[in-house]
Write a protein that binds this ligand. Structure first.
Ligand SMILES: [Zn+2]
Length: 102
């Protein structure tokens, strides 16, 4: 629930009981409610500030685990062809010259 809506709800509930709460009192109540929500989320495991970072790193790790040495260039990134008089090397087209395939 957004803070503004929560502030309005608290003010309205207080008015129904005959109280007019000063804005700083309502802000303190909202801060307390937010803190309780955050603590509850920590305790129940629903809140994780690094959630996006963890899923990004897991995806990167899965990608690295799937990495294999390129069969064509044997991991060098280069393909060398030997002619009758000289050889030539070029970047491996199968792995793009990095030596690994995914
Ligand atoms: Zn290669």
């Amino acid at each position: 629930m957004p803070s503004d809506l929560l502030k309005e709800s608290i003010a309205q509930a207080a008015e129904e009981h005959g109280f007019i709460l000063p804005p700083e009192c309502i802000s303190d109540i909202v801060a307390a409610v937010d803190m309780c929500r955050e603590l509850d989320s920590y305790l129940t495991g629903g809140y994780c500030p690094q959630k996006e970072e963890i899923s990004r790193l897991k995806a990167a790790l899965d990608r690295e685990r799937g990495k294999a040495i390129c069969e064509s260039c044997k991991g060098s990134g280069w393909i060398t062809t030997q002619g009758p008089y000289h050889g030539s090397s070029s970047s491996c087209v199968h792995c793009g010259g990095v030596g690994f395939v995914y």
